[in-house]
Design a binder for this molecule. Structure first.
Ligand code: FE2
Length: 250
């Protein structure tokens, strides 16, 4: 027996029930670069339920001409999914918000006081391009707060342009943003620098929410892998994750 020569990998039974509610995913079919068929939506939801999720808040992209979504495209699709989930006999709650790209169009929504697609108590998920900071990001956050919205910054760790300006993360918190880190960043799925920044945010207690940002099979397989890693649960224990508290069933 040479097994003692090999480092034993400590894998444990997946249980993400301490997160309970996912509030960032692209599981509604056919609306963006996420899932495309209802069958995939049902299969993914079943596997997420097996991982311990009780509720999934799906957040399709709203991104000008590329993904021109609105409550008018998202809410009817949510209804279809809810019916299909019930018909399949899945015991998982499904809801929807959106992931708004902070661009000129979003600034115009706010200026025109158009109602944004929120979840929970007027929470709205916002994102930027990975290539460059949105020049109006702070103005948009300020305006959202003025209109009673709770902005949630999606995957702050993935904005490489902040990696050498770590103080900007505290600035977002001071402006009243909640911070949502992607679970897969903690696995290293998006690369080492992003993993390191996610871990630094964790060490500094700057993470409010963990999201799957689920788009496709590779993401789901990676999440299932993360959910067997003991070190992930150790890191998560040190966080004050608010997914269930803020968005659990009421
Ligand atoms: Fe996303």
């Amino acid at each position: 027996m040479l097994s003692f020569l090999f480092k034993k990998k400590e894998n444990i039974k997946p249980d993400l029930s301490f997160i309970g509610v996912d509030m960032h995913s692209h599981l509604l079919p056919g609306l963006d670069d996420g899932l495309q068929t209802m069958e995939d939506t049902l299969l993914f939801m079943e596997r997420l339920q097996q991982l311990g999720y009780r509720k999934l808040i799906c957040t399709p992209h709203i991104l000008s001409d590329l993904y021109p979504n609105s409550p008018g495209t998202i809410l009817p699709r949510l209804d279809e999914v809810k019916k299909a989930v019930a018909a399949r006999g899945l015991a998982i709650e499904v809801a929807a918000g959106a992931e708004y790209m902070v661009d000129m169009e979003m600034e115009n929504y706010l200026r025109d006081k158009k109602q944004m697609l929120s979840f929970g108590n007027k929470n709205v998920l916002i994102e930027m391009s990975y290539l460059a900071e949105s020049p109006n990001i702070e103005q948009v956050i300020f305006e959202m707060r003025m209109q009673g919205y709770q902005p949630i910054l999606a995957h702050p760790e993935r904005y490489n342009f902040y990696h050498q300006r770590f103080e900007q993360y505290q600035r977002f918190i001071d402006l009243g943003c909640l911070m949502q880190v992607n679970l897969l960043s903690l696995l290293g799925y998006y690369g080492k620098p992003i993993k390191m920044v996610a871990e630094k945010l964790a060490r500094n207690k700057m993470i409010d929410l963990l999201g799957t940002d689920m788009h496709h099979e590779k993401h789901l397989a990676a999440l299932e892998e993360l959910a067997t890693r003991k070190e992930f649960y150790t890191l998560a224990e040190g966080l004050d994750i608010k997914n269930s508290k803020l968005f659990g069933s009421l």
